[in-house]
Design a protein around this ligand. Structure first.
Ligand SMILES: [Zn+2]
Length: 471
């Protein structure tokens, strides 16, 4: 049976199963919590613990990537909204992102343009923690519940199951999203404690991203007045950084472009564990100098790898584990450029992220298969409240308008912060159907949706090897 047909049938069966579960839920739920669009407190569904699991799980997170970011990127690149590499995935759902104490109500969202930017909004710490642990927490919290109790990360479950694990990002390795998968902290701003836990405690096999103490936002060496190196240890205890860079923490350390490229193209035999720090401070590319309003017009930093290169290198390493792997890959610049309402660089960062998605899909089809690997593409939240021009109160939601490939689309940011909008979830591969029954509510615009903590529960199920005794 060909793969598409198989998934078509599977998705169809799962939808029927999902509808059955939804019906069951309505019958058994005493408070009728799903009727008004509010997420009920208790959850109605979890996958059968006896179902076989995927060997490999790949989670791609576009930080701040809402539906309209996806549309804007697509119409800029292709001139239309139907050519995305993941646009043909058989299962596409929506997801709520609010933190502990928040809520999403579809009727309110679509009745008032400002509703989604007026209430309680999440951040990458709380949303990342929900996806990593299956538990809601408050804004700013990393891997801890609202009371400060540590939560179990999906990476901890994956490691107990014998899998290799990795976090890869286009921003600082100690920033909220990778931190939410590897660390526990009362504050996302405790960078040094977070990186210390990642290096010394977590046990993750691959850490890749930016935050290099010796380089600035343009990839130039930080030098003092006498032209001596002047590192900025914003994100590391100096002793941790010095030891990890010397290869003394159990990681092989790389930071040169050629090493990242050799690892990605197979020229370099992957080491057992790897700490890869691109030679730049903030984003791989998004904070570089330049003021152009045209995507990719400002010259790129030539000494740093792309997110796609990082992702391929990490996959080449973790895929050597016969028990499989879990990897989280983040496009972190989408959020940053959307906070700035920077149209051109938001498009750039979307395209850099989607290049990584394409590289991962190609890697799965060349080196693995959809029969053993599960791929999820989603976002932690939407940033910038991006809509077409002319949108606004009371309830005008104009779509992103295309101006043809290569020309910025009609797109306007209506906020400099995060919004409470639903975000998209694209999923393909072994076990994907098991996510469907979680999506037991329906938004009139986005369709069936689940909650980000439910995605976290699902991920922990997906990496939980049935052979192992878990605590
Ligand atoms: Zn943000």
């Amino acid at each position: 049976m060909n793969t598409l047909l198989f998934y078509g049938i599977s998705a169809g069966l799962a939808r029927i199963f999902g509808m059955f579960c939804a019906l069951l839920f309505c019958v058994t739920c005493s408070n009728g919590g799903s009727g008004d669009g509010l997420i009920p407190v208790g959850r109605a569904y979890s996958p059968d613990p006896n179902l076989p699991r995927p060997k490999n799980v790949i989670l791609l997170i576009g930080d701040g990537m809402g539906y309209n970011h996806v549309v804007a990127s697509s119409v800029y690149r292709y001139g239309s909204d139907d050519a995305r590499p993941y646009g043909s995935f058989p299962i596409q759902l929506a997801m709520t992102t609010y933190p502990a104490g928040g809520h999403y109500r579809a009727a309110d969202m679509w009745a008032d343009f400002d509703w989604a930017i007026s209430g309680v909004m999440t951040d990458s710490a709380a949303a990342g923690t929900a996806m990593s642990t299956g538990s809601k927490t408050i804004v700013g919290r990393i891997g801890m519940d609202p009371s400060g109790n540590p939560l179990t990360h999906v990476i901890q479950i994956a490691r107990l199951s014998g899998k290799a694990t990795a976090v890869v990002t286009s921003v600082e390795i100690y920033n909220a999203t990778p931190a939410a998968f590897t660390a526990h902290s009362l504050s996302r701003n405790s960078y040094k404690d977070i990186s210390s836990e990642m290096i010394n405690v977590c046990g993750v096999d691959v850490i890749m991203g930016t935050g290099h103490p010796y380089y600035d936002n343009n990839g130039n060496e930080r030098l003092d007045a006498n032209l001596n190196p002047a590192p900025d240890y914003e994100g590391f205890y100096e002793a941790d950084y010095t030891a990890v860079a010397a290869g003394l923490k159990g990681f092989t350390f790389i930071d040169s472009l050629s090493d990242f490229e050799d690892l990605a193209d197979g020229t370099m035999t992957p080491p057992a564990r790897l700490f890869g720090l691109a030679r730049v401070a903030d984003c791989l590319q998004c904070r570089r100098a330049g003021t152009s309003a045209i995507p990719f017009f400002d010259p790129s930093i030539s000494t740093v790898p792309t997110l796609a290169t990082l992702a391929l290198g990490a996959l080449n390493l973790v895929s050597r584990n016969p028990e499989g792997f879990f990897i989280m890959i983040e496009g972190g610049g989408i959020d940053r450029m959307s906070h700035l309402n920077h149209l051109a660089r938001t498009i750039e960062e979307m395209m850099n992220f989607e290049d990584a998605v394409t590289a991962v899909i190609t890697w799965v089809e060349a080196n693995s298969s959809w029969e053993e690997t599960l791929l999820i593409i989603t976002a932690d939240h939407e940033t910038g409240y991006l809509w077409g021009s002319g949108s606004g109160r009371p309830a005008v939601f104009n779509p992103i308008g295309t101006n043809g490939a290569g020309t910025l689309p009609d797109m306007v940011f209506y906020s400099t912060g995060h919004s409470n909008s639903l975000v998209p979830v694209y999923i393909r591969g072994y076990g994907a159907q098991q996510l469907l029954p979680y999506a037991d509510k329906t938004d009139p615009v986005r369709g069936r949706y689940l909650d980000n903590a439910e995605l976290g529960e699902f991920l922990k199920w997906a990496v939980d090897d049935l052979d192992e005794e878990l605590p």
